[in-house]
Every structure is written in C-alpha cells, then in structure tokens.
Ligand binder design. Structure first.
Ligand code: PMV
Length: 312
C-alpha cells in the first residue's frame, strides 16, 4: 500500500472579477486558511479506482463517473497528460474551501488532485503545467472562465491576471490584512456570468465602459499594492469604488451589501464582494488592529463564516 497527498489553498479576487472575463485585468491572492486535500491510497482492498468525497456524501467508482464529473475529469485528464495509468486505489477528497462561495473551491480540489497524482508517480509538476489542466475542469463548471482561479491556486502567489496572457506576479510591498465573510448563500458562477453576458450583449457600449472603469481601479490598486508604504486608506476606497461598479453591473445582492455595510461600520477601510457575486463572500480591507472588531461584527450579524488573512 502507498499513500500520496496533494493540497491546495483557496483564493480571493481582490479586484476586477467579471471584467476579467472581458479581458480586463484582475488581482487575486491565495487564501491559505482554507484548503482542499486529496489523498491517494493504493493496495487492498481497492479494486478499480474509487473516489471518496465525504463532504458531498459521495463514493463512486471512476469507471461509472460521467465525463462531466469534475473529479473524474481531472483524474482522467492528468493521467493522460502524464502518460500514466491510474492504479487500483481510492482517492479521498476533502475541502474546507466552501463550495460555490467565490473562494475557488473547484480549482482548489482539482489542483489538490493533480498534486496527489504527481506525488504518487514521483513527478515534479511546475505550476505552469498544473494551471492549464485545472482550467479544463473549470470550463466544465463555468463555461467561459477567465482562468484566474486556476492561475492563482496553481501558482500560490498574488497575481495580476489578464486572460490568455502570461501570468504576472504581484509584489506585495507591505503585507495587509483582509477579513473575508461568507453570506452562506451559494451562487453558480456560470449563471451570474451568463446573466451579465446577456446584459452586455443587449448594450455592449455601456458595459464595456463599466469594465474599463473596473480596469482602471485594478491598475491603481496594483500600483498601491506594489508601493512601499502603501496608502491603505486609498486601497480601501478603491475596493468601495469596485463594489459600486459591481452593483451597477448587477452582480451584488442584499446579503452581500449587508455584510459590506457592517464591515465598513465596524471600521474596515473598504469592502466589496469577491468572486462571482449574488452570494458567496465579501472581503474587507482592515488595519490589523481592527481585524478582530470587524470579524466579530460580521460574525454577530449573520456571516456564515469569517476568516482573517494576511496578504503578503
Ligand atoms: O467566484 P468564482 O471563484 O467562481 O470566480 C468568479 C470570477 C469571475 O470573474 C466572475 C468569473 C471568471 O471566470 O473570472
């Protein structure tokens, strides 16, 4: 019997979601407080290849899984890519990245599985090789993903991302603190993205202008983040500006707005939704000494989960 493990962090988009689908830049960071884990165990009693995903109450044989099953798909794709045959084994998958809440759960699970398989076969995989494999599975979930999730999760670095362009690492000159709070509401990214696409198709000039405004915010944020002695108040204001545009393009929600208001009232420098919207998480930029107060206010007013994290 042998055991091989893979792990991957979650992620948060700091600026530029949705506009990134339309080839504007976005900024995303890994979130190491939440992780997906994949453990491959070979040897008896496994006959054939089994997938065990207790978080979603599933245990099934790979040979019975349909082509669009995301776990089966990443297993098949990775083994084909590496020119290997899957052994009789059980793949155990667990994740603390909440599902469908904008923290990259799908990409984290896929990345953990790729890493477990690579570890099993003793292959060193470069992030640049992992990321496109995970992107293929993101396409099953989302249809037209920008590729930001697989990129930031495979590279485990803050990124300044533009679709179909080489990855640009973001240098965080001065670490900063985020509080991430979950509405508890699940939204399907492809539905939010599809809804916005219909509005864009009906009035492209108007939406292109909004996406340009978001791109300008992303570029200003990048400059601030890469500056030593960054002006955090200005960075917080940019988050608020980005949120106003996300509301304008129709991807926010009452529950998101409620948590954003609570975070700002509790002293956050700025707050916005993160990810696809209509549910999922908000992120708030906070002075480290205010993080506890902001987190507590969010937890007390109904956030399903609150995470404090440092971006560096
Ligand atoms: O919430 P997530 O992790 O599914 O991210 C969505 C980000 C979008 O910009 C809305 C879509 C994309 O493909 O980039």
């Amino acid at each position: 019997m042998s055991v091989a493990k893979g792990i991957a962090f979650g992620k948060a988009i700091l600026f530029g979601e949705h506009a990134v689908v339309y080839r504007r830049p976005a900024i995303a960071v890994p979130v190491s407080n939440v992780t997906a884990q994949a453990t491959l165990r070979t040897g008896p009693p496994a006959t054939g290849f089994w997938i065990d995903a207790p978080d979603v109450d599933q245990r099934y044989a790979l040979r019975d899984a349909p082509a669009d099953d995301p776990l089966a798909a990443i297993l098949r794709l990775t083994s084909r890519h590496l020119g290997k045959t899957l052994p009789p084994a059980t793949l155990h998958v667990t994740s603390t990245v909440p599902l469908g809440r904008g923290l990259g759960s799908g990409a984290a699970v896929s990345t953990a599985i790729v890493r477990a398989l690579a570890a099993f076969w003793g292959i060193e995989l470069d992030p640049a090789e992992i990321s496109p494999l995970v992107y293929e599975i993101e396409r099953l979930h989302h249809g037209t993903p920008s590729g930001i999730d697989n990129t930031v999760i495979a590279f485990e670095q803050p990124v300044y991302f533009i679709k179909d362009r080489p990855i640009q690492r973001l240098r965080v000159a001065q670490p900063f603190t985020l509080v991430i709070a979950d509405t508890g509401q699940v939204a399907a990214t492809h539905e939010v993205v599809g809804d916005l696409r219909r509005r864009w198709q009906a009035d492209p000039a108007r939406y292109e202008k909004y996406f340009d405004q978001i791109a300008a915010i992303v570029n200003q944020a990048r400059t601030l983040i890469e500056q030593p002695q960054a002006d955090m108040t200005a960075l917080g204001s940019l988050m608020n500006d980005n949120q106003r545009l996300l509301e304008t393009v129709g991807v926010s929600s009452a529950a998101l707005q409620h948590l954003i208001d609570i975070a700002r009232q509790a002293g956050a420098l700025g707050a916005k939704l993160s990810g696809a919207g209509w549910g999922g998480n908000i992120i708030a930029l906070v002075q480290p000494e205010r993080a506890g107060d902001v987190a507590q206010a969010l937890a007390q007013t109904g956030a399903a989960q609150v995470i404090k994290t440092t971006v560096q």
